[in-house]
Design a protein around this ligand. Structure first.
Ligand code: AMP
Ligand code: MG
Length: 413
C-alpha cells in the first residue's frame, strides 16, 4: 500500500505549473506573479512637499529662531496637482501644500507650524534642515527597479504598487479549471426531496468551496449514478478541464466503478489505496498533464484527501511555491488511540495555553461525521508506527482554515 508521503510525492511529481496569462491588476489579487515587475517610472515622479508649509531656500532660513526670526516675501502658492511657474528667489518663499511639486529654487520646506503669515510676508521662527520635508523623485521606486519578483502571491499592497507605476496589466500563472464529479445512486441535489435512502451531494459543495478557497476554478459535472458506462462518458467530458476530482465509488463495494471508468476514459492510475485514516481508498491517476483524483465518498475522507493531495497539486499548477498548510506542534489534552500501520489525521480543536497549542479531539472520528471536521481547527497527525497519542505528548498539527483562525475578537494592542 502507498504511504501518505509516497502518495504526496507521486501527486506532486505529476503536476507542473500551467501556462501564464495577462490580467488587469484589479483582478490580480491572490494570483501568482509570472515574471518580474519592473518600474518604467520614478515614484514619486517629481520632488514634492511632505508638509503644508513654505518652499524656501535653506540659506535664507538656516538658524531661524523665535529670537532671530526670518521674514520672507510670499511670491505665490502651489497646491497639490498644480505646478508653480515662479521660482523661489533669495528672500522669498512659495506657500506649498502636501503633495505639490517643489518649485524651482527651493531646497527645503518649512512647515506651516513654524511660521506666521501677515499680508504677503511670512515670518519663519524655526527650520529643520536642508532638504527637509521634500520627498525626492524616485524615493519610493526608481525607474528600471524590480518591484515584484516572480512567484510572488499578489497582495493588496502589491496591486497598489503596480497601479502607482502605471502598470495596468500583469502576467500571472493561469488558474486551473477543476472538474468535480459526484458519484453514487444515492445522491440527490440540495433542493431535492430527501426520499428514504437518499443523501444530499454535500461533497459537491465542500469540494467546489475548497477549490475556490485556494483560487482555482471549480466546474461541477453534477451527480453521476453508479454505472461504469455513464461514469466513463462523464469523465471523458470532465477531462477537458485542467484537473478532475471525483468523489465516491473508489472502495471495494459492488458498485464502485470509478477506477474502471477512469481507465475507460484513458486515465492511467498511479495508486488507489493510501495507508491513512480517514481516506484509505483514494485513487490517483493522470491523463497527459491532467491529474485525476478519485476521492472517497465519505465526506470527511473526501475533504481530508483534498487537503493532503489535491490542494498542493492545484497550488503547484497555479505557480505557488508554498504548497502545504501550516503545521505547528500541539500538546495532546487527552489520550487518543490511533490505527497501527496507518497515518491518522485526528480532527482536533486547538486552544492556546501559555503560548502553546493544546489539542483535543472533536469527538467521534467516523469518516461520515462531517461536523467533526467542521468543528476542527487542526488535523493532529499520528505516525504509522503509533497506536496512541498520549496525553501531554506533542504531535504535529495541520492548521485548518488558518486565515480565519488567525483573527481574534480583541484588538490586542
Ligand atoms: P462510497 O465512497 O461511494 O462508497 O461512499 C461512501 C459514503 O459516502 C456513503 O455513505 C455515501 O453515501 C457517501 N457519499 C458518497 N458520495 C457523497 C457525496 N457526494 N456527498 C455526500 N456523501 C457522499
Ligand atoms: Mg458510492
Amino acid at each position: 500500500m502507498t504511504t501518505v508521503n509516497q502518495a504526496v510525492e507521486l501527486v506532486l511529481g505529476s503536476v507542473s505549473p500551467l501556462s501564464s496569462e495577462k490580467v488587469g491588476v484589479a483582478e490580480a489579487l491572490g494570483r501568482v506573479l509570472y515574471d518580474d515587475v519592473r518600474s518604467g517610472r520614478n515614484v514619486p515622479a517629481f520632488a514634492n512637499s511632505a508638509m503644508d508649509g513654505f518652499a524656501v531656500r535653506w540659506d535664507n532660513v538656516d538658524g531661524a529662531s523665535s529670537d532671530a526670526p526670518v521674514s520672507l516675501e510670499v511670491r505665490a502658492e502651489v497646491a497639490a496637482g498644480r505646478v508653480s511657474r515662479k521660482r523661489v528667489l533669495p528672500g522669498t518663499a512659495i506657500r506649498i501644500m502636501t503633495g505639490a511639486p517643489v518649485p524651482a529654487g527651493a531646497d527645503a520646506i518649512v512647515r506651516v507650524e513654524y511660521t506666521e503669515t501677515r499680508g504677503d510676508r511670512v515670518t519663519v521662527f524655526r527650520s529643520d534642515a536642508r532638504g527637509s520635508h521634500i520627498r525626492p523623485s524616485g524615493e519610493d521606486i526608481g525607474k528600471g527597479q524590480v518591484v515584484l519578483e516572480p512567484g510572488r502571491v499578489l497582495a493588496a499592497a502589491d496591486i497598489g504598487l503596480m497601479a502607482s507605476i502605471g502598470k495596468a496589466t500583469v502576467r500571472v500563472w493561469r488558474r486551473p479549471v477543476v472538474a468535480i464529479v459526484a458519484t453514487g445512486d444515492e445522491l440527490i441535489g440540495i433542493e431535492d426531496k430527501p426520499a428514504r435512502g437518499k443523501v444530499v451531494n454535500s461533497n459537491g459543495y465542500t469540494l467546489s468551496s475548497a477549490v475556490r478557497e485556494i483560487g482555482a476554478v471549480p466546474r461541477s459535472f453534477g451527480i453521476v449514478g453508479d454505472s461504469r458506462r455513464r461514469l466513463a462518458s462523464t469523465f471523458g467530458k470532465a477531462l477537458a478541464c485542467d484537473a478532475v476530482i471525483t468523489s465516491g465509488g473508489v472502495s471495494m463495494g459492488d458498485y464502485d466503478y470509478v477506477k474502471d471508468a477512469l481507465a475507460d476514459a484513458g486515465v492511467r492510475m498511479l495508486f488507489w489505496k493510501v495507508a491513512q485514516r480517514p481516506g484509505h481508498p483514494m485513487a490517483f491517476g493522470r491523463m497527459g498533464r491532467r491529474p485525476v483524483f478519485g476521492l472517497p465518498g465519505n465526506p470527511v475522507s473526501s475533504l481530508v484527501s483534498f487537503i493532503l493531495y489535491v490542494r498542493p497539486a492545484l497550488l503547484r499548477m497555479m505557480g505557488h511555491e508554498d504548497l502545504f498548510m501550516p503545521v505547528v506542534r500541539a500538546k495532546m489534552a487527552h489520550d487518543v488511540k490511533t490505527a497501527p500501520g496507518l497515518k491518522e489525521f485526528v480532527r482536533c480543536r486547538l486552544e492556546q495555553e501559555n503560548g502553546r497549542f493544546l489539542a483535543s479531539s472533536t469527538g467521534t472520528q467516523s469518516s461520515g461525521v462531517l461536523r467533526s471536521l467542521s468543528l476542527a481547527q487542526a488535523l493532529v497527525v499520528a505516525r504509522e508506527d503509533q497506536t496512541l497519542l498520549r496525553k501531554g505528548s506533542y504531535a504535529p498539527a495541520i492548521l485548518l482554515d488558518h486565515r480565519a483562525r488567525l483573527g481574534q475578537k480583541e484588538m490586542g494592542f
